[in-house]
Design a protein around this ligand. Structure first.
Ligand code: PLP
Length: 376
């Protein structure tokens, strides 16, 4: 089996699972317990927090709240920061951001303003800045688009946003960027969401990185864990796996980035250009490639690939839960429905090999030609 749907989820890192194993078995205590074993686990959580933060930001200026997933991190930032007035975001956002903001709009809490994206899925920055005024309380711009891999220069965007309105709280969804893209948070970014299962960690663990100076209005009330910011007993094992998986990714971040960039160009060169058109730009994340087989149905190709042992995605991972036929993001990029209907998302992990990439291109060429023949 060739698994190229890593933007949906990754295989947990065997090394991280093994290193964290003691926290699943012997070290099972409640990290809030007022005795030695509990204090030791609090120390382990603190170590994980600092290690994860150190990969992307100044540990003295930022802190980290563990959550249950990227979706919770996004929602925590949104429901904590949006105040009466308006919130500005982009058409490229994951539903974890768009649905949360839409909910606040439907409750008449905010006026929601959405900036367009270009053909590759990058936010149109001028349009975004034009939407910001003195009533804007919150801006959210994703770092890497989960469908096209487009990279937004969120540091520069946050800086320009703060120039227009310094009171805005700036959030970025970094779920597809953390552990993959060389990057450090500039001081203009107040909140940054990450998720463990996209980088060899486990499903059900995420984190919201926040500026120490930014106030977080509590969303989950209860036992006061996470310094009172997110109640609920921490998933110590999952958090330690995240810490170790991140350590593994950051030890070889640039090496992996350039290797996968090379695989991406090999893959695109091997793909039959008469059937498939790349939608991702050459400078997008090398981890995510979106292509369209115009006139063919991506969903049918996905099942044909599956039968041949190749697993790829079709647009957003969450789209299988929705009734929508076309990817909202691909339509927002300006493509018509016949292009949007033929979209496949191929996403790599650091475990992906060149042989797998070449074999995947061959399978896609084969099934693309087969389906074209059937259609004519
Ligand atoms: N944000 C982006 C950009 C994503 O790609 C995803 C997952 O696909 C999420 C948020 C949600 O993350 P989680 O699955 O951890 O809730």
């Amino acid at each position: 089996m060739i698994y190229l749907d890593n933007a949906a989820t990754t295989k947990p890192s065997a090394a991280a699972l093994e290193k964290a194993a003691e926290f699943l078995s012997d070290n099972y205590f409640n990290p809030s317990a007022p005795y030695g074993a509990g204090f030791a686990l609090q120390g382990q959580l603190k170590k994980a927090r600092t290690a994860i933060l150190s990969h992307v930001c100044d540990v003295n200026a930022y802190e980290l709240v563990f959550t249950s997933c990227g979706t919770e991190s996004d929602n925590t930032a949104i429901f904590s920061c949006c105040r009466r007035g308006n919130a500005v975001t982009t058409e490229g956002e994951h539903s974890a951001v768009l649905a949360g903001l839409t909910e606040l709009k439907n409750r008449n809490v905010i006026d929601l303003r959405t900036a367009g994206i270009d053909e590759y899925g990058r936010v149109r920055v001028d349009e975004l800045l034009d939407l910001i005024d003195d009533k804007t309380t919150f801006v959210s711009v994703m770092h890497v688009n989960n469908e096209t891999g487009a990279i937004n220069d969120v540091n520069a965007i946050a800086k320009a946003v703060k120039c227009k309105n310094p009171r805005v709280l700036f959030h970025s969804d970094g779920v597809q960027a953390f552990g993959k893209i060389p990057f450090r948070l500039s001081p203009e970014i107040d909140f940054y969401s990450i998720s463990a299962h996209k980088i060899g960690g486990l499903k059900g663990v995420g984190a919201l990185i926040k500026k120490k100076s930014a106030v977080l209005h509590v969303f989950m009330h209860g036992g006061g864990q996470e310094n009172g910011r997110r109640s609920g007993t921490e998933n110590v094992y999952g958090i330690k796996v995240l810490e170790y998986a991140a350590e593994e990714k950051y030890a070889k971040l640039r090496e992996n980035f350039s290797r996968l960039k090379e695989y991406k160009s090999c893959f695109l060169q091997s793909l039959n250009g008469e059937i498939y058109t790349p939608l991702s730009s050459p400078d997008a994340s090398p981890y995510i490639i979106s292509v369209s087989a115009k006139g063919l149905r991506g969903e049918v190709l996905l099942h044909m690939a599956d039968e041949k042992g190749l697993i790829v995605g079709a647009g957003s991972a969450c789209s299988s839960n929705s009734k929508r036929r076309y990817s909202r993001v691909v339509l927002a990029c300006g493509y018509d429905e016949s292009v949007a209907d033929g979209v496949l998302r191929i996403s790599f992990s650091t475990d992906t090999t060149k042989d797998e990439v070449l074999a995947a291109a061959e399978i896609l060429n084969e099934i693309g030609a087969e389906l074209s023949r059937k259609m004519n």
